[in-house]
Design a protein around this ligand. Sequence first.
Ligand SMILES: [Zn+2]
Length: 221
Amino acid sequence: MKETKKIITHSAGGLPIEMYVLGNINLPKFFLIGGVHGDEPEGSVLVWDFIKNAQSVLQKLNSCCLAIPDYNPDGLKNNQRVNANGVDLNRNFPASDWSPEFKAPRYNPGKQPESEPETKALAKLLRETNPFLVIHCHTYVPQMNYTGERSKKWALKLMKNFNHPITDDIGYPTPGSLGQFCYYNLKTACVCIELPEQVEQQKAWDMVGPALLELAINGDN
Ligand SMILES: [Zn+2]
């Protein structure tokens, strides 16, 4: 079995956004997303490493991983948080708490929810595929951040070699974020892995890679 790859949409700047399907599509699904914020490439590298390392265990997976390593290719290309329209994708989801207000340009939520092609494509996929879990990878003050009580058990599974705190509050409100949309609108568990800033590739993998593989092998139980 080999992974399949599809282009889910093109970014605001016209770049393709790829999704890798790892494992049997009929199994319970989870998303693994990197590069939401283009100035946090470590999360993107982690998802690429997952795709590589998962190849040897594809037959053993009791889940299907939908992996999007470079979710914000505009931002990754320019080492900036936002996409080519200057929108923070993690504030542009159609969550009930989406708000047009923002304190700094880096948090620009867009003109309306799903105004950006990136957000529109992922929101549609999430509605269609009904995943049991969404994991997205960032860098910030290192922590395993989960949204809502039902997400906690997944965050705990990822804590095995992650020697940083587990939190349910990032310290400030995140209206229109992927986590808010998943948990409160779709009733889907969501975990945000905040790696240390500028963490080395191998260190990042050692922190969460094996636990991610284990999660994919064990599936939704
Ligand atoms: Zn981020």
